[in-house]
Write a protein that binds this ligand. Structure first.
Ligand code: ADE
Length: 412
């Protein structure tokens, strides 16, 4: 029998070898000793890059527990390796039930974390509902993703958020690259692994033109697809139009689409309104955090049968015989059917995470409850280390130029 944990070690070490920016952050955290003795609870996609982040925090002296932030995104080899080979308490299993998912989050919280690293907001939400007794222990948290930040901002607006949360998602070194180039590439990793189908020449709908949608549309075009963007925001729709994409409402676009990929953060993007006009053989996938963008309930209601036809591909046969193929149960296709974002991308995102965990620890009792931006010096540090590790150099302003840039009286 294959040694799953040994495979996990290889995957983790492969990722680690390509995460030079996080290595530099590790050196800094170990030297500063900021995290020594602190308890950190994490809910992230449990795969190799995440393991490197968790191990970094452990190597910096923290006690760390990890669970997955999605029941389908766990790499079991990594989860086993962390538990058996690295002595890092990990509670995550691919295909875990909803009950098991919440049990695992609760096991992370049983550590009584002082610092929290979340992706999607479920761990923070649990702390404010079922596990309120732990709130006093919490110094602060980081949130990784757009969906989580939207939830936390809604909590903060109602005065319900009880500790400071750093909005890692909106760091420049996170969303410019992770959401765009990361999702752009990994969405295709997931779609192609699941289907082995051709993208070139096909009609490909991207729902949502945020940073993720921009990345998916750009890569779909690069692969030769005919891309249509659907939007609700008129400004983003104009941006998509000027970027050279067709723009149309979903109800119209969907009629002859070969692929529909949602990346909106909203629900019911493909629903009973659209399902009756889907083309036979259409592939439906979601790249947003939650599995409610493509309505499985409506697909189920309007179908006469459903069967698994490949790993991560379910065939829904509609009442008139047309078929729709749903990837990865409508969960994040890049992680549930693929390997997540490229290592070098997560290197940048997770360096921001690591440095922000240290920032929270260093500023305990100084930050108010609410959502806080990533300090610009952390963004800049990660950018400079990234440039250096890639052997890229930039120019520097002279003293005279600096003065010019900050003066209002010197015109020419
Ligand atoms: N790997 C770990 N976390 C991830 C994320 N949020 N998106 C894509 N890949 C990841």
């Amino acid at each position: 029998m294959e040694d799953l944990a040994a495979r996990g070690v290889d995957r983790i070490e492969w990722a680690r070898a390509h995460m030079a920016v996080l290595s530099a952050a590790r050196v800094e955290l170990v030297r500063k000793r900021t995290l020594r003795g602190l308890r950190i609870g994490m809910a992230l996609h449990t795969e190799a890059k995440t393991a490197v982040l968790a191990l970094t925090l452990k190597e910096a002296g923290a006690r760390v527990r990890l669970a997955s932030c999605n029941p389908l995104s766990t790499d079991d080899s990594v989860s086993q390796a962390l538990n058996k080979k690295y002595d890092l308490e990990t509670y995550a299993r691919k295909h875990e039930s909803t009950k098991e998912y919440y049990e695992n989050l609760n096991k992370v919280l049983d550590l009584k974390p002082q610092l929290v690293v979340d992706d999607g907001g479920d761990l923070i939400f649990l702390l404010h509902t079922d596990r309120k007794e732990l709130l006093d222990e919490v110094v602060g948290a980081n949130e990784e993703t757009t969906t989580g930040i939207n939830r936390l901002k809604a909590m903060a607006a109602e005065g319900k958020l009880k500790f400071p949360v750093i909005d890692v998602n909106d760091a420049k070194m996170k969303h410019f690259f992770d959401n765009r180039y990361g999702t752009g590439q990994s969405t295709f990793d997931g779609i192609m692994t699941a289907t082995n189908l051709l993208i070139a020449g096909r009609k490909f709908i991207v729902a949502g033109y945020g940073w993720c949608g921009r990345g998916i549309a750009m890569r779909a075009r690069g692969m030769g697809a005919r891309v249509v963007v659907t939007e609700v925001d008129p400004v983003k729709a104009i941006e998509a139009h000027l970027d050279g994409f067709e723009v149309a409402p979903m109800a119209m676009a969907v009629k002859d689409a070969d692929f529909v990929v949602s990346a909106t953060g909203c629900k019911d993007i493909v629903s009973r309104k659209h399902i009756p006009s889907l083309k036979d053989g259409v592939v439906l996938a979601n790249a947003g955090h939650f599995d409610n963008e493509i309505s499985k309930r409506d697909l189920q209601k309007l179908s006469k049968s459903k069967r698994q036809v490949r790993d991560s591909v379910e065939e829904y046969t509609l009442k008139d015989g047309r078929r729709a193929y749903l990837l990865a149960e409508g969960r994040l296709v890049n992680l549930a059917a693929g390997q997540g974002h490229p290592v070098e991308i997560m290197d940048m995102s997770f360096s921001i995470q690591a440095l922000c965990v240290a920032h929270l620890a260093e500023h305990r009792n100084q930050l108010k409850p609410g959502v806080h931006p990533v300090p610009p010096e952390i963004d800049e540090k990660v950018a400079r280390v990234r440039l250096a590790t890639w052997g890229l150099e930039v120019d520097q302003l002279t003293a005279e130029q600096k003065h010019y840039m900050s003066s209002w009286s010197e015109g020419t």
